[in-house]
Ligand binder design. Structure first.
Ligand SMILES: NC(=O)c1ccc[n+]([C@@H]2O[C@H](COP(=O)([O-])OP(=O)(O)OC[C@H]3O[C@@H](n4cnc5c(N)ncnc54)[C@H](O)[C@@H]3O)[C@@H](O)[C@H]2O)c1
Ligand SMILES: [Zn+2]
Length: 708
């Protein structure tokens, strides 16, 4: 698990002025945060700032400013006028396993004995409320406020799911817990708000805060309650208390995948923290940490509480999933089906350990609803592997220099008209929009290598209606070609011959020609060698694809989806006998000779199904044996001698046919560097690491059998 607050921690505060500045910044941020969430600081930055302030105050106790946020619930920024029965406290934070261990050691020193048991539960990212029941009926709900007194928000209670108006038993109790908007409730809330002409919430927590405090809204927004504390149910350990809350009819985190767990040792607790952190992206609501509590009442009472936080519980913070950054621009990309999708270009920002540069904006209507402008400070959300998204602009932070976002007038790829009938805009050509681009790509040297099929011809073929996709190329007749302008007898014959040659290109080239996202030349070679036939690739699910070296679960899912989108094209290619070759000797000879050489290699027929193919394919792909078996080979510089005519891609294919693995960078694990003329830094690196180096001529001898 990545540790929180590793980014943007301010340097230690060096002077009273720097300290005063930091305090002022934190106070401003907290005021914004607890009112409407419009703070320009991410939680990580805020926490780092407060830690710097704390460190300074430890060194200079005489200089502590009265407005300092340290030691106060809500950093002193929230208020209330209804006193609480007992203070509603905050939680102390730890940011790493080491800090958690030293916190636990401190607690056990204070107790003078080991903690009897721990409870580990999600830290729900909403706001704390106290719900008062008399004879089992809910009569008052309060916010945390400054911890001593809160605001009365009873009016909002009936929109809070999981907070029953009536308990299962007629008790006088006070339930405490978190109110939040689940991801789904957040989306619904913003849909409802924009439908009413209101600005969308910047993120779920500020949405929950705003919703609880608002009165007389013309629409209803549902929220969710998670109970984790109570007054009036004495003598129960924490896990027992949670069970009791559920019995009474309140929702608790026990109803989720990240259920609270009682752990006998701190090691077990740490493991549960990891588990909950790993579940984070999949949970239907936001969490900003994991809470560790001493479970036993005796331990809790003996430890007691400070003015800001209990001593028997601590929050292990996770990195924030919302960050503020600047919207630098908007790009418009045209998808395979002609959908024109806007994408935000961001000032790069690290979210949960990953640098985010682009974020989805869904569709043009979405941009308008959110009222985004270029140059805006925006909230960006990223959870796990999902595509980051822009949630909302920080309107208060505008300087006046922001520019409106320009929407395209015509299709940014083909220049034809845009169909704006749906929320998602689309090029009027639909899939055809991409035809020219994809035909040119497919005909490229590293794909099908069809000579004479460059830009002008591709446009001509598509415009004439003869070719709508790759498969159509293989049904072209001479008569059809002769109808095209500037197409004579000879050029038609030449083009048809080049296409015939392309029909026998090995599977990896044909697969690469499809232009599936996430599968460049290297990945296409691996996929072809792994599956052995187009039919097997087409039948592969995400699990099977994830079995290919270098394809993770996430990428596998993308490839499966893309393959499904071109399934019909794949079938037509197979029907036409395209891509049924597994491998061929690479040759510097002209295309006609290559075609002749192909007949000597393994050919896997179409229509064969099942695992047999994959095995055969692996052998035919040469991965199992050969002079380079088990070796990782890097090529650099320009090739000479027998290898002179090979492109880098062909060199890589050669390496893999000879049993090796082609790689692009030199490391300790590199077995051999093939260094041609003008080899530079890779050669130096190989020398430094003691990696064997061979010349192109020596290498050609080594793999002579595979050269054709
Ligand atoms: N970005 C900003 O500008 C800014 C400004 C102020 C505060 N903040 C954020 O708010 C945090 C401080 O806020 P805080 O004082 O509300 O503390 P906190 O949110 O870090 O922790 C205490 C709160 O956690 C909640 N909580 C959630 N699940 C819980 C559980 N299972 N058991 C017990 N409590 C649970 C309760 O509401 C409790 O009051 C900061 O660490 C920072 O991340 C950010
Ligand atoms: Zn178009």
């Amino acid at each position: 698990m990545k540790d929180a607050a590793t980014t943007a921690i301010p340097a230690a505060l060096a002077s009273p002025e720097a300290y005063a500045d930091a305090v002022a910044t934190a106070v401003r941020a907290a005021a914004a945060y607890y009112s409407d969430g419009s703070t320009a600081l991410g939680d990580d930055e805020y926490d780092a700032l407060v830690r710097a302030v704390e460190a300074y105050e430890r060194e200079h106790p005489d200089q502590v400013l009265p407005e300092s946020p340290t030691g106060k619930v809500a950093g002193g920024a929230a208020v209330g006028d209804v006193p609480h029965s007992t203070p509603m406290l905050s939680l102390d934070n730890v940011f790493s396993a080491e800090e958690l261990e030293s916190w636990a050691a401190g607690l056990e020193r204070r107790l003078g004995r080991p903690v009897a048991a721990w409870c580990v539960e999600p830290k729900l990212d909403g706001l704390a409320v106290a719900a008062h029941y008399r004879e089992g009926r809910l009569y008052q709900v309060l916010t945390r406020g400054d911890g001593l007194a809160g605001e009365d928000i009873t009016h909002a209670a009936d929109a809070v799911l999981g907070l029953p108006a009536r308990l299962a038993e007629p008790l006088d109790v006070e339930l405490r817990g978190e109110v939040l908007l689940t991801h789904e409730q957040f989306e619904q809330a913003n849909a409802v708000r924009t439908a009413h002409g209101a600005t969308p919430f910047a993120h779920p927590r500020s949405g929950a805060a705003g919703t609880l405090r608002a009165k007389d809204r013309p629409y209803r927004i549902e929220l969710t309650f998670f109970g984790y504390d109570a007054h009036g149910l004495p003598g129960l350990g924490h896990v027992e208390l949670l069970t009791r809350l559920a019995e009474l009819g309140a929702n608790t985190a026990a109803s989720t995948h990240a259920a609270p767990l009682r752990c006998a040792t701190l090691a077990e607790a740490e493991q549960r923290i990891e588990e909950i952190a790993a579940l984070r992206a999949a949970l239907p609501f936001g969490i900003d940490g994991v809470v560790v509590k001493a479970d036993a009442v005796a331990d809790q009472e003996a430890a007691g509480s400070g003015s800001r936080a209990p001593r028997w519980a601590v929050a292990r913070k996770l990195q924030a999933q919302h960050k503020v950054t600047r919207l630098l621009g908007v790009e418009w990309n045209v998808g395979r089906t002609g959908i024109i999708a806007p994408r935000a270009v961001l000032d790069p920002v690290v979210i949960d350990g990953v640098t985010v540069t682009y974020a989805t904006l869904h569709n043009p209507a979405d941009i308008e609803r959110r009222g985004l402008m270029i140059g805006d400070q925006v909230f960006v959300y990223r959870a796990g592997d999902v595509i980051p998204r822009v949630e909302a602009p920080l309107v208060d932070e505008r300087t006046g220099a922001e520019q409106p976002i320009a929407f395209p007038e015509v299709c940014p790829r083909c220049g034809d008209a845009i169909d704006r009938a749906e929320q998602r805009w689309r090029c009027v050509r639909g899939r055809g929009c991409q035809a020219v681009a994809s035909v040119i790509y497919a005909a490229g040297r590293d794909q099908l290598d069809i000579e004479g099929l460059g830009g002008t011809r591709a446009v001509q073929l598509v415009e004439s209606g003869l070719v709508a996709d790759l498969a159509d190329l293989f049904t072209l007749t001479k008569e059809q070609l002769l109808t095209l302008e500037r197409m004579g007898d000879t050029s038609a014959d030449k083009l048809l011959a080049a296409i015939e040659t392309a029909r026998t290109r090995p599977l990896n080239r044909v697969f690469c020609a499809l232009g599936i996202r996430g599968t460049g030349r290297t990945m296409s070679r691996r996929i072809a060698a792994h599956f052995g036939s187009m039919a097997a690739i087409r039948a592969a699910d995400a699990v099977a694809l994830a079995g290919v070296d270098g394809i993770g679960v996430e990428k596998a899912a993308v490839i499966v989806a893309e393959l499904a989108a071109v399934a019909e094209l794949l079938d037509r290619l197979v029907e036409q006998g395209v891509g049924t070759q597994v491998s061929r000797p690479v040759s510097a000879a002209p295309a006609a000779d290559v075609a002749a050489a192909v007949t000597g290699t393994a050919v896997i027929g179409e229509g064969v199904t099942g695992e047999g193919i994959a095995d055969e394919g692996a052998t035919a792909g040469g991965a199992a044996a050969g002079p380079l078996a088990g070796k990782s080979v890097v090529v650099t510089g320009s090739m000479t001698g027998a290898l002179a005519a090979l492109s880098r891609n062909e060199m890589n294919e050669l390496i893999e046919r000879a049993g090796g693995k082609a790689s692009s960078s030199v490391s300790k694990r590199t077995s051999l560097l093939v260094a041609g003329e003008k080899a530079g830094s890779k050669r130096a690196k190989a020398e430094e690491l003691g990696v064997p180096i061979s010349s192109p001529e020596e290498f050609a001898v080594l793999v002579a059998d595979f050269l054709g």
